[in-house]
Design a protein around this ligand. Structure first.
Ligand code: ATP
Ligand code: MG
Length: 769
């Protein structure tokens, strides 16, 4: 009866409840933003645990970001009570779960369990070395571009031997495949892997070692995946390997028969565009001959095709559309009630996304419809400095009305937009945190310190060694480093070991030799101290004894004090981890800036990293043609790119619960040049009934014409391609936003004639000259 009903089920609507209570068999929840998909996943875990259907360790839950994983852990802890003896579910991103699996079977991938995870910077430096070693011009064949190609291949689950001929030719006159293979070999010798390997290696291990896979089949009774619409091919293969079990849970490891020994053939038959559900790279994952009946798999995926925004990184929205083919008998559940946003916000978002053609289409409704609810506010500003100023003011006003900064977020299309806001907030003394962007751990001093720690934790980490062998300067010039390289290659040992050999031989000049002797002795001592010294203390010792701290103390630049503070903060942050290794692992995986987590602060992030989140008040700056939709998408021509931009706009709009402010500026500096801009077509796609052009009368704007006569039907649809930044009097017909903010065509430098120029006698761009 209802009295005995667990508290966590109360308040769910019937469809949500069905999704929670259908614990057995495949389930897909396909529903719009804010309908409670993530909440369903969390509640489902609580439900499985409280019915005793599984131990926590038998549940695998995949989230899109580390932040989402943390939030889900917290929510589950609240629902089931903390400190359960059986621990927590396997809960994290594809990458963090991938690393956990790879650590357990590193040797099956040719690695040792202490392997290092390289970041993009390391990867690029490594590739540059390989490209140069082939006597190729690394200007003509940039390492960065090749890194992207490799990442693309890995996202498709392709090893070097799998990549299609045409693809392989695309780089370095056909040497692409060879270089990719050399890169993988080099990674092995460094005992390292890159991000793509965190999925690719486990896929290979699962395919080549059916006994290992069978172990995971026995382990994971329930699999849950959030944001399923943005899984890429490799993630999809990985999931299907784990989810599709042949013959029954207790089947012998050999039950996959011949199939088990087959190499991964992802690339033998590259995914042709348009390959349907019954063809393509994952075909071989289907059950092998003779397996007519498969036990149902308790997999539950949730997602929204309208929020697929990682196509540019290899995500395949088709994965969600063919779920019922992959998992026959799937229960498909749609949720239509939005619990997050006001009717104005939801109305604006639904209307906008309806402009996309390639979508399933869905209805959304909400009960949040208060006559006092604000409409979506559209604001204009002269330039991005003004925009930041105005947003800052809006935030301060909200704060004075009692709103917490934690409840506000600024979501930008491109990360360069952040700097202006950061600068402004520093001036105002407003707390902010940057999520997902240029991160704390990417700062130079942090990377240097981390390189020291990495060499101490893992002596074969040559990239880290090379980064700091002469930082601070120890008189080890290029020739000394080349000598270390050559020795390492000749003896087939890591650079640190080679340096130790050179330090004892007379092949090297006395001064660098003495320097090498000292640094090798230091590393030897620190490595020994790992066992006996607390890792935070050891970290401090390393930075002191290496002379690294002194280097910044002696530095007279303006940034030096900040860098020293950052290093202190680094050591402080290590306290939260039990060992140097777990800390290094954390940093390698970290996606979000985690500073000031406890402080009340405005969040700044890209639209891409805002997926799944929600805030009371959301600011969306930079809604101008060329920035949003982004010029790259417009240049593509077809509708694919533009529709992905529109989905991104939909994600942005639907992050807001109560207040939504959109901004556009009349002038923006792009590649160092001032250009006058056109309001985004997405503004025209917002329904008039739910939108309001923000009123004048505040301190930053003087315009007064709401809907300045432009009218709703602008006739610009799609016509902007190639227009770029053609000026405010745009040739494609009037937008209803063209009159907002005045300014009649600043391109040439005459300044605007509209209201903004009244407020600012000297426009921003003129001041700068
Ligand atoms: P997105 O597509 O943006 O990821 P979502 O579908 O995952 O959205 P949730 O984040 O799970 O949606 O839920 C949106 C908000 O609605 C959350 O604040 C959640 O707590 C709330 N919510 C969900 N279901 C209910 C419900 N049945 N009753 C009250 N609030 C709910
Ligand atoms: Mg969600």
């Amino acid at each position: 009866g209802h009295a005995a009903e667990p508290a966590y089920l109360k308040g769910l609507n019937p469809e949500q409840r069905l999704a929670v209570e259908t614990t057995e068999g495949p389930v897909l929840v396909l529903a719009g933003a804010g309908t409670g998909k993530t909440r369903v996943l969390t509640t489902r875990i609580a439900h499985i645990l409280s019915l005793g259907l599984a131990f926590p360790s038998q549940i695998l839950a995949v989230t899109f970001t580390n932040k989402a994983a943390r939030e889900m852990k917290q929510r589950i802890a609240v629902l089931i009570g903390e400190g359960s003896a059986e621990g927590m579910p396997w809960l994290g991103t594809f990458h963090s779960i991938g690393v956990k699996i790879l650590r357990r079977h590193a040797e099956l991938a040719g690695l040792k369990s202490g392997f290092t995870i390289l970041d993009t910077d390391d990867v690029i430096r490594l590739l540059k070395q390989l490209i140069q070693a082939e006597n190729l011009d690394d200007k003509r064949w940039p390492a960065r571009q090749f890194a992207q190609m490799i990442d693309g291949w890995k996202n498709k689950g392709l090893s070097p031997k799998d990549i299609p001929e045409g693809d392989a030719r695309a780089f370095a006159n056909g040497k692409g495949r060879e270089l990719y293979a050399a890169y993988q070999e080099r990674l092995k010798s460094l005992n390292a892997c890159d991000f793509g390997d965190l999925l690719l290696h486990p896929i290979r291990i699962f395919r080549d070692h059916p006994d290992v896979l069978a172990d995971y089949h026995r382990r994971f009774r329930y699999i849950l995946v959030d944001e399923y619409q943005d899984t890429n091919t490799a993630q999809y293969m990985w999931l299907r390997l784990l989810a599709q079990r042949p013959g029954g849970e207790r089947s012998s490891p050999r039950s996959r028969g011949e199939d088990a020994g087959r190499p991964m053939r992802g690339g033998a038959n590259p995914a042709e565009p348009g390959a349907g559900p019954s063809s393509g790279p994952s075909d071989h994952l289907l059950p092998v001959n003779g397996e007519k009946e498969r036990p149902t798999v308790n997999i539950c995926c949730v997602g929204d095709d309208d929020q697929s925004i990682y196509g540019w990184r290899g995500a395949e929205v088709d994965n969600i559309l063919r779920f019922d083919k992959d998992f026959p008998g799937a229960t498909i559940i749609r949720l239509e009630r939005n619990y997050r946003s006001t009717a104005h916000i939801l109305g604006a978002a639904s209307h906008l996304i309806a402009h996309n053609e390639g979508r399933l289409g869905k209805t959304l409704f909400t009960d949040h419809a208060d006559p006092d609810d604000a409409r979506v506010q559209v604001h204009a500003a002269w330039d991005s400095e003004e925009e930041a100023r105005a947003v800052g003011e809006e935030i301060e006003q909200a704060q004075r009305r009692g709103h917490a900064l934690n409840d506000m977020a600024i979501l930008v299309r491109a990360s360069f937009q952040m700097r202006e806001f950061e600068d402004r907030f520093v001036t105002l003394g407003l707390n902010y945190r940057v999520i997902g962007g240029p991160r704390f751990y990417e700062r130079q001093e942090i990377r240097d310190a981390m390189a020291y720690f990495r060499v101490v934790a893992q002596g074969a980490d040559d990239l880290a060694f090379e980064r700091i062998v002469n930082v601070p300067k120890r008189g080890l010039g290029e020739s000394a480093i080349r000598q270390i390289h050559d020795t390492a290659r000749a003896l087939r040992v890591p650079m640190l070991e080679a340096a130790g050999k050179l330090a004892e031989s007379d092949e090297m000049k006395p001064k660098p030799r003495a320097a090498l002797r000292e640094i090798c002795a230091n590393f030897g001592r620190w490595q020994e101290a790992i066992e006996t010294t607390a890792h935070t203390e050891l970290a401090e010792q390393i930075l002191e004894e290496s002379g690294y701290i002194d280097m910044w103390k002696a530095d007279k630049s303006a940034e030096a004090p900040g860098r020293l503070e950052n290093l202190k903060e680094l050591i402080r942050s290590m306290e939260d981890y039990e060992s140097l290794r777990s800390f290094l692992e954390h940093v390698a995986l970290v996606m979000d800036a985690e500073q000031n987590a406890e402080l009340d602060a405005v969040s700044i992030m890209t639209l891409h990293s805002a997926k799944g989140l929600e805030f009371e008040t959301v600011f969306l700056p930079g809604w101008e043609e060329g920035l949003f939709p982004h010029q790259r998408a417009l240049d593509e021509g077809g509708r694919t790119g533009l529709e992905e931009e529109r989905r991104l706009a939909y994600v942005g709009l639907t992050r807001a619960k109560k207040n939504l402010h959109i901004w556009f500026v009349s002038n923006r500096r792009i590649h160092g040049l001032w250009q006058s801009t056109i309001p985004s077509r997405f503004l025209d796609e917002l329904p008039e009934a739910h939108v309001e052009v923000a009123d004048a009368g505040n301190s930053y704007g003087g315009y007064s014409a709401p809907y300045g006569g432009g009218g709703f039907a602008s006739g610009r649809g799609g016509g902007n391609q190639g227009g770029g930044f053609a000026g405010r009097q745009n040739p494609y017909g009037a937008s209803r936003f063209d009159n907002v903010g005045g300014g009649s065509g600043a391109g040439g430098g005459t300044g605007g004639s509209g209201a903004f120029s009244n407020t600012y006698a000297t426009p921003g761009w003129a001041r700068a000259q």
